[in-house]
Design a protein around this ligand. Sequence first.
Ligand SMILES: Cc1cc2nc3c(=O)[nH]c(=O)nc-3n(C[C@H](O)[C@H](O)[C@H](O)COP(=O)(O)OP(=O)(O)OC[C@H]3O[C@@H](n4cnc5c(N)ncnc54)[C@H](O)[C@@H]3O)c2cc1C
Length: 1016
Amino acid sequence: MTEPYVIKMPQLSDTMTEGVVVSWEKAVGDKIVRGDIVATVETDKAIMDVEVFRDGYLSGPLAAVDSTVPVGEALALLVSSADDVKSGEATTLAAGELAESSQPGGAAASQQVSAPESASTPEAASYTITMPQLSDTMTEGVVVSWEKAVGAKIKRGTVVATVETDKAIMDVEVFREGYLSGPLAAVDATVPVGGAMAYLVERKDQVIDEQAAPHVIRLAESSTAVVAETAAVPAASTPSVSVSGVTPAPRPQGRGATPYARGIATQRGIDLNTISATGPSGVIIAADVQRAQPAGGLAAAAGFPQVDVPGDGRPMSKLEKATSDAMTDSLSMPTFRVTTSIRLGGLIRASKAQGASVTVTIAKACALAMQEFPNMNWCYQPQDKLVERSGVDIGMAVAADGGGLVVPVLRACESRELEELNRDWKDLVERARKRRLKPDEYTGSTFQISNMGMFGVSHFDAIATPGIAAILAISADTEQGSPFTITADHRVVNGADVAMYLKSLKTLIEQPQVWMGSTGPAIPEGDWDYDVVVVGGGPGGEDCARDLAGHGMKVALVNDAPLPGGECLWRGCIPSKAWRAAADRIRDRLDDDHLGIRSGNSSLDWDKLEATRRKVLETRGDMALKTDKGVKIKYIQGFGRFVDGHTLFIDTSGNNDDPHTRAQVADQPQGENVSFGCAVIATGAPPFVPPIPGAIEGLGEGGGVLTSDTVWTLDKLPKKLVVIGGGAIGLEMAQIFQDFGAQVTLLEAQDRILAEVEPEIAKQLTAVLNNDPRLTVHTSVQIERISGSAGAVSVKYKDQDGKAHTIKVEHVIMGTGKRPVLDGLDLGKAGVLSENSVIKSDARCRTNVAHIFAIGDVIGGLMLAHTAAQQGRVAAATILGEDMKYEQDKDCGVIFTRPEAAFVGLSLEQARAAGVDAVEVKVPMNIDAKAMINNEQHGMIKIVADKKTQRIIGVHLLADHADTLIGEAVMMVSGNMTLEQVGQAIHPHPTQTELFGELARRLSSRLRRSARVKAK
Ligand SMILES: Cc1cc2nc3c(=O)[nH]c(=O)nc-3n(C[C@H](O)[C@H](O)[C@H](O)COP(=O)(O)OP(=O)(O)OC[C@H]3O[C@@H](n4cnc5c(N)ncnc54)[C@H](O)[C@@H]3O)c2cc1C
């Protein structure tokens, strides 16, 4: 017989952890073919089909209808032949157990666990409402309230009662329909997990209005159904007691346990993770559980005397008893204490500036310090084992309303941002006070913090309990600092570990700016001419200066041109898009015929285009200067260079009236010194010309080599061109001139163009460009020499096979990238460091000098105008003491070719390289009606999503109008939107934005299906 296939409870939603078997659509022994629906299960959201993608025969043990089965555990078996079919029903048996039980010669299990029944179960009862197990440790609950009265009509999902567990008050939901019937467990009655609380009947006249007698709601101790141990357990050790009606305790991590052992573990409140196994293959059997001591009883069992105390004690509440048990258990730990004083002032200020709770900020610091000392996060596990944990889940005590302490757990403190942790903590605290936490919100901490400093306590220590290695007690802040005392388990950490951990924690807490970023305004005290001097008036400098001025800062904007705007306005984005607009008109005419329009041949009037281009630039430049002055920015024309850390010399010797070209400073400097509190360097990056023989020589007057700085000086349209470099600037130029009518050869040294663009998009764009009639793209070439002068230039190169070529053209345009020129800035005098020709700055745009910032092209990375502008706003925010970071993973770009290539966020490759389990979905543009109508069918749209969170982390387009389409994609990525959100948004028809919704729904559905298939 081949091994049976286990049909498991599939995970049908993100949040689903278990499902209820609603029906079996096939009977035991039925032949099953791929795709058959064998059962339906109820998830936390809906009733869904369980499909099987195998052939075989349905075999027991079958999970009973109504039983709750955890995701991934067995519902039934599929066997290969009808002869192998077994009948029988199971409850929540784990897949491993079922598989074990069906192995040939393996332990035979006759597991029959019945639903709890009692003497007073009404005859007409269609369903028993039982005490749910709401936490791993819960063995019984107290009925706090009935939310529905006897006789009330109950719908699926109705909360019928609330019960008190050992930690919180929680809702009891019912996923059936019927009428609520007695006998009803009384308010305040203690009902064991799995014991009956009430019943549902089908008709109102069947309702019994009675309260259950206390003995009836106790866990039944005898039952018709008996759970037998596996055959591997010696007969003598097989107890004859029943665990009918008991929800088996959760399986221990990574090990097996027999159902009977799990039943007894529930009864005795024993965590199966804490005991040793003697069963076959390490399976925990009943005898193991019987040998183990129940929670809370350890110390008593170890012989601690229970001293008789006079008086008439009241029984402890659940919460009090849970605390008492935990504290008694702590006596089993060999602990020691270490104290150090830590000054909290800086951290309190930094927390305030970022709107974070000081306790959460300390928790984050504790988690960061554990990166160096991970054993602070481990724990001892009986017998003689250490549980090594990487996720730092910090429990912090909160006083509950009405007394008692609840310890909500702030998860993943090591990896989540402070802002997110803070948001989570706020919510946890609010609900903890009202004791409305769910079990997984207050269990399983890996480290704990108790902060009594806020009560002015001068010194205290806290008690560590099993499951953690250390607990931190924080006392009140004094001039010497606040005593931080760690109580630690010596089996896990030693004194030196804790001492060094505290030392590292002290550094993190006393120097929060190192890891928290902005901790308040950055402008140092002083009598400065300007609060901030911004050097460079491009998009980066301008946006920075405007934000600062808007916040009342005294700002000077120093720029070596009569008008602001920088490269973007005068030599980059705007002029190139003026040319692109003209090229678009010419190109669109070629498609007129497709729609039956006869418009004739178009021709370009170069002088007219140039006049329009210059007019646009000058108008925009004028407007920008007026706005700058209007918001009270002091615009100073001149070239800035540092004199020292707080002084800039503004050299006006090169000033001229032409904003279109880069200014050159004269040999004899002249100008003025200005002092500043903070400086922002935003000086951009001019075109870079590599050392190709003849290239630099060709740049001079009369030479045939142009760059993106000088191409604007062309007085007529060239007929033949070579463009060197297949980046965005080179490609845009090459295609514009081909559209204008020139013959263009693009030469690229690398084996592909657009190295920074998503590979499939770049590949498709290469094919499209090569289809343009007057444009040829050659990759993997080696350029040997450029010679000649304007109008007659020769370019010698070798192709990828090493074959030599010479092309004769009128001009060569260098599109070989941009590189900052730092020499003139005298950065050394201000102590600012650079590396590989760019200024080093962090995500908050800070250089190595605390009050000097750098933004835009001068810091490298994506050299784009909107990137520079965003970084300008980040620098301004940091100077103002606000919390803002530049996130490259959410940045975007457009390459203005036809079709346009555009991106935002990560590609699949980049996401996977960053460790994200990512997936992509794509659609070609040629299926779109709008694209067909306009004859714009080239290209595609791709969405990249994180499988786990289903958030959209990247969108990549090759499409006409991608510059507009990318806007919606930017909102998806920057707004952390999920596939579901985008899929559910209503997109207007007929537009290409509909494709976003379609793609999101498609990927969502695929992920859902694959999760289902995987779950099997
Ligand atoms: C042909 C071309 C097309 C482009 N197209 C696009 C596009 O479509 N989209 C896009 O996002 N980006 C585009 N870019 C890139 C964009 O122009 C730059 O990324 C952007 O201008 C960078 O802004 P910045 O503020 O860092 O620097 P810049 O815009 O370069 O501004 C820096 C300013 O500082 C001045 N300066 C330098 N040193 C000093 C000093 N010591 N003292 C005083 N002033 C100084 C400079 O003269 C300049 O005015 C294009 C670039 C080119 C060349």
